[in-house]
Ligand binder design. Structure first.
Ligand code: NAP
Ligand code: ZN
Length: 346
């Protein structure tokens, strides 16, 4: 499959148009004509080598929505023309205990990322969704309900599942106080899902200008973290706090927000290590947990939940030639609240 794409061709280079050929349709494969592709902060961390060296050229993008344009031999889960999505990974070992229990996002060998990851076949490096088409094995593709706006649904494939999964796992629901730290692509989806699950939601943000948006999304409270006294005011209030911040952050004040047995879930991935004081954790038997995206089955559940509750991302649809500016705006926390590429402009 010949596709047009936007790629980073070498270290520190901007995104530029780049054409390449996807693998031929193999057994169980689905060819997808991409309609929309979300811009995740992870794309920027990766392409700018903030998490380590990568392989160039790199076509980022792991929030993909499009229509099935072809089926490989034996592929039976989807039909040509159906609207589908692809998230953060496109393969896993399928044999470790986590894969066998369906938790493919926690594959013990590591899942095959949608971009910048060696194919398990040994055949090159995966290339992501800033492109006009992609070929993915059907076991790593989900159905996107037709009732969801396809552009607004694209960010659900990463930002959505990354918050939906820990909110469920750590018990967000009626009577539960949840704190969401950072109102960006991930954070704003966290607000929407936590509210839909019935929790009482507080946003912790370093941007006063996002207050009205947060409340319009359903958040019950909005706290600006520049004033450090807020951490004392809200001490021991929350059973669940989810950190979505992409930059280095002092986690100690956020731990103080947790009540007995409360959990701080880390989903934001700052490039530097965090420094945690034992005395921030001991007093209330507090916990820190990690979470990354979700299994394919939960991705489907989250999309169906989104259709039922009419949840999509708040987006700014962009033409592909705006991508470099969009990336800079994401880094400046100036995204309301996800950029989504109209793939027809690539
Ligand atoms: P984003 O849209 O840029 O949102 C991050 C938010 O963090 C910003 O909007 C801002 O919110 C806050 N922030 C940024 N810089 C800050 C600073 N210096 N101090 C305090 N707060 C700051 O990014 P995203 O796409 O949501 O991704 C967030 C992080 O999650 C990234 O590190 C990404 O790589 C990671 N991620 C993890 C997973 C996973 O599976 N665990 C999946 C996807 C992404 P306010 O303006 O409200 O403060
Ligand atoms: Zn992502």
């Amino acid at each position: 499959m010949d596709v047009r794409a936007y790629a980073v061709l070498e270290e520190k280079a901007p995104l530029t148009p780049w054409n390449f050929t996807r693998r031929d349709l193999g057994a169980g494969d689905v060819a997808i004509e991409i309609e929309f592709s979300g811009v995740c902060h992870s794309d920027i961390h990766t392409a700018r080598s903030e998490w380590g060296d990568i392989t160039f050229p790199c076509v980022p993008g792991h929030e993909i929505v499009g229509r099935v344009s072809g089926l490989g031999e034996g592929a039976s889960k989807f039909q040509v023309g159906q609207r589908v999505g692809v998230g953060v990974y496109v393969d896993s070992c399928r044999t470790c205990k986590n894969c066998l229990s369906g938790m493919t996002n926690y594959c013990e060998e590591g899942f095959t990322g949608t971009y910048n990851t060696p194919e398990r076949s040994g055949d090159g490096i995966t290339q992501g969704g800033y492109a006009t088409g992609i070929v993915v094995n059907e076991d790593y593709v989900v159905s996107v309900p037709e009732s969801l706006d396809p552009a607004g649904a694209a960010p659900l494939l990463c930002a959505g599942i990354t918050l939906y999964s820990p909110l469920k796992e750590f018990g967000a629901g009626p009577g539960v106080k949840v704190g969401i730290v950072g109102l960006g692509g991930l954070g704003h989806m966290g607000v929407k899902y936590a509210v839909a699950m019935g929790a009482e939601v507080t946003v912790f943000s370093h941007s006063e200008s996002k207050r009205e948006d947060a409340l319009a999304m359903g958040a019950h409270h909005f706290v600006v973290t520049k004033d450090e006294t807020v951490f004392k005011t809200h001490a021991k209030e929350f059973s669940l706090v989810i950190n979505t911040v992409s930059a280095p952050l002092d986690l100690n004040p956020y731990l103080e927000l947790l009540e007995l047995d409360g959990t701080l879930v880390m989903v934001g991935i700052a490039p530097e290590p965090y420094a945690i004081k034992a005395f921030s954790m001991l007093p209330q038997r507090r916990r820190i947990a990690g979470s990354t995206i979700g299994p394919v089955s939960e991705l489907q559940e989250m999309l169906d939940f989104s259709a039922e509750h009419n949840i999509v991302s708040d987006i700014e649809v962009i033409n592909a030639d705006y991508l470099n500016e969009a990336w800079d705006r994401v880094v400046e926390s100036d995204v309301r609240y996800r950029f989504v590429i109209d793939a027809s402009t690539i």
